[in-house]
Design a protein around this ligand. Sequence first.
Ligand code: C5P
Length: 323
Amino acid sequence: MPTTLRAFAKINLGLYIGPRRADGFHELRTVYQTIDFCDSVRVSAGPGAGIEIRCQNPQVPRDETNTCWRIAERVMKALKQRRRVVIQIEKNLPIQGGLGAGSSDAVATMLGLERELGLPLSAHDKLEIATAIGSDVPLFLVGGTMLGIGHGEQVLPLPELPPMAVTVATPNVGVSTPKAFADWDALAASENAALTPGSVASRIDVFSRSMFVWLAGSLSGVPVKDRDRAETPLLDFVRAGIENDFERVVFPQYPELREVKRVLEREGAKYASLSGSGSALYGIFDSPKPAEQAAAALKAKGVEARASRTLTRQEYWKNLVIS
Ligand code: C5P
């Protein structure tokens, strides 16, 4: 019996890029949040050998460059197993969209294979394998609201944001993450030369201060008048002024993405941002209704969009396995 899992997407609630490190990655800080928007991944392990990827979407590679292939190979090696592994991906999430689709598909493959083989990997092995596949793969081993540090691969649970309505826009544009980082380097180099405030070296510090403002508000426990209690964590987050640095290099190249953010704001989003290096953007709303209206407004402008909601850690794990 094959195992079918949901590979949920993530959004980045703020992303701060630090200097390029000796290993070529950039030090970064971000808050990851899983959302209820997913691919589905069906994994089977039968007699024989080799890995086969099936997917209707012609943009999805079916060879060893696919993250599902790469992770399956490592899982089989770690568990010292030889089987014919077939991975069927039903693609709903955008490719190069900044929603972590390829990374989430990979984790679904690893968890599905564990079930298929009836052999659990140690937590240590799972983390090591996930990190080898990509910077934003480990987050899908945690789910919910998370702090991402290092090059994004070190993930720690944060106080959970309550479920919130989000609209996710998926414009028909693919953004290359390595190129976006290179563009950030070029921008940072020119800004550092001019000694402007907010230069790249200080972005990590700015993030820490914003996080403090957010968490201090959320954790103080002091009741604040005139505020709806359920809304408070989101308002605290917005007040902290969290930003995504990639917007500064991606928006000038794709002005239509800046326009999508404006539409989300005009439709009443409490917070709107690019996710990761894009091209997906999201808006967070007070309730599902305006989120649906925002999705409709974007669609009317020819931009693919859908209303969704954030997923807490508990919901993420509860809904992961379909069968
Ligand atoms: O880890 P992942 O495969 O997603 O990274 C793709 C590329 O993006 C890296 O090879 C690197 O060029 C760039 N990157 C980076 N800093 C990070 C994450 C990724 O420079 N924190």
